[in-house]
Design a protein around this ligand. Structure first.
Ligand SMILES: [Ca+2]
Length: 97
């Protein structure tokens, strides 16, 4: 059908590569924040999923290679709380969305 779920068939006509690069070098560097250190070796998926805990704050969801799924509840300060196991048996799924 001429398209891929991963790559668009052609770039957006409105895409301004110079503006994107400038944003990445200036704005993104100023606002990015380390939320965890030395993290992720045991995880094969880490995604921002919105609010799954119901408190109105965005959370992180991660899956380890054994298929366990955990959520780190987001805080107003831009940090995340300790992980909470919310599922198991998800190792056979290629992706989580
Ligand atoms: Ca939340």
């Amino acid at each position: 059908m001429g398209f891929s779920a991963q790559m668009p068939a052609r770039p957006a006509a409105e895409r301004d590569e110079d503006a994107i690069t400038a944003w990445q070098e200036a704005t993104w560097q100023a606002v990015r924040k380390e939320v965890f250190a030395d993290w992720g070796q045991g995880y094969n998926t880490i995604i921002g999923v919105g609010d799954v805990t119901g408190d109105g704050k965005a959370d992180l969801l991660e899956r380890d290679s054994a298929g366990n799924v955990r959520v780190n509840p987001g805080h107003d300060s831009g940090t995340f709380g300790a992980r909470i196991k919310v599922g198991a048996g998800w190792q056979n799924y290629l992706n989580l969305y």
